[in-house]
Design a protein around this ligand. Structure first.
Ligand code: FES
Length: 326
């Protein structure tokens, strides 16, 4: 099971709108340990359709004793972004001590940072930290429009020519293959953005022959292919059946039903929550970055924390056996 989260009382003290559909919120948080690195994330308790849930967001640089997050109001939101958007200054919730699974190595001679849309949130802190230390770096920042580029003005002031922005609405795009081709041998790339961008980056990086350990990425959001629908899960060897609502993950639904699950990142990265697919009556919408494209195509396993079925029913095997655990 996941390591125990350290929850802290958090009170919203400031709200700003750094881009269209992006709300930045600063919380005063009780008992926070002193500092955290760029790329760190926090968990926040939210309420979705009257039910308690947990959402994870990157923490942005902010004053001591506070945590700042920036959240895009997503049309496909399962309800987490809608909840935090309606919070008003003075409202209280709980947040966790930040953790970091998307750390800068500080060992490269050059850093290529790539952000797609709201994927700028971890990249923003990294860019500021690298610029403050005078490191060689370049930031590529793409979004649907310039109005949707949070923090672009501030980053432009800090990075100057080190920032390049691309707006889809203006017909602009960047060539990742070319970007990778001109990097020095010991350069590293850090990417956060939609699933398609991460997939393309991973494939092109592999094709370039560079060590995969020098490509770091963080996934968020949906696959961009399907809208969430409810579906049913049956757990083999237990006969237990669970309905996964459109606004919850399969992992949450299974845990709520008391099914023993192993998990950690909840973001489709670590693969710990993977379950075997015995039978599925609809298409599996894979939203992880753990499995390869071939493995996803074979659809023998799925990450319960992010991936889902497009309606219908799936029979899974969690691999857990009571007699083995006894
Ligand atoms: S918990 Fe890490 S991939 Fe699901």
């Amino acid at each position: 099971m996941r390591s125990k989260l350290e929850w802290r009382k958090a009170r919203l003290i400031d709200v700003a709108y750094p881009a269209e559909d992006v709300r930045a919120m600063t919380f005063a948080v009780d008992g926070l340990r002193s500092t955290f690195d760029p790329g760190s994330h926090t968990n926040i308790k939210v309420t979705i359709k009257g039910e308690p849930a947990i959402r994870t967001y990157t923490v942005l640089p902010s004053a001591a004793g506070t945590l700042k997050i920036a959240v895009k109001l997503h049309p496909n939101s399962r309800g987490g972004s809608a909840f935090v958007w309606q919070l008003q200054p003075g409202d209280e919730t709980e947040m966790t001590e930040p953790e970091n699974r998307f750390e800068l190595s500080w060992r490269a001679s050059h850093y290529l940072l790539i952000a797609g849309g709201i994927g700028i949130t971890p990249i923003y802190g990294m860019a500021k930290a690298l610029a403050a230390r005078g490191q060689s770096m370049r930031l590529i920042y793409g979004a649907k429009s310039r109005g949707q580029m949070a923090f672009a003005g501030e980053l432009s002031d800090s990075l100057g020519a080190g920032l390049q922005t691309y707006s889809q609405d203006d017909g602009e795009s960047f060539d990742l293959e070319q970007e990778f081709a001109v990097l020095p041998a010991n350069a590293e790339a850090y990417i956060c953005g939609p699933h398609g961008l991460l997939e393309a980056a991973r494939n092109l990086w592999q094709k370039s022959g560079r060590p995969m350990s020098r490509l770091r990425f963080e996934v968020f959001g949906d696959s961009g292919r399907f809208i969430e629908q409810p579906f049913d899960v049956e757990v083999a060897h237990t006969g237990r059946s669970v309905t996964v609502r459109a606004d919850q993950t399969m992992l949450d639904a299974l845990l709520e039903a008391g099914v023993d699950m192993i998990y950690d990142c909840r973001r489709g990265e670590c693969g710990l929550c993977a379950v075997s697919i015995v039978d599925a009556s609809a298409v599996v919408d894979h939203r992880d970055v753990f499995f390869s494209a071939e493995e996803r195509h074979e659809a023998q396993k799925m990450c319960a924390c992010v991936s889902r079925l497009c309606g219908g029913r799936v029979l899974i095997d969690t691999g857990y056996r009571e007699e083995a655990a006894a």
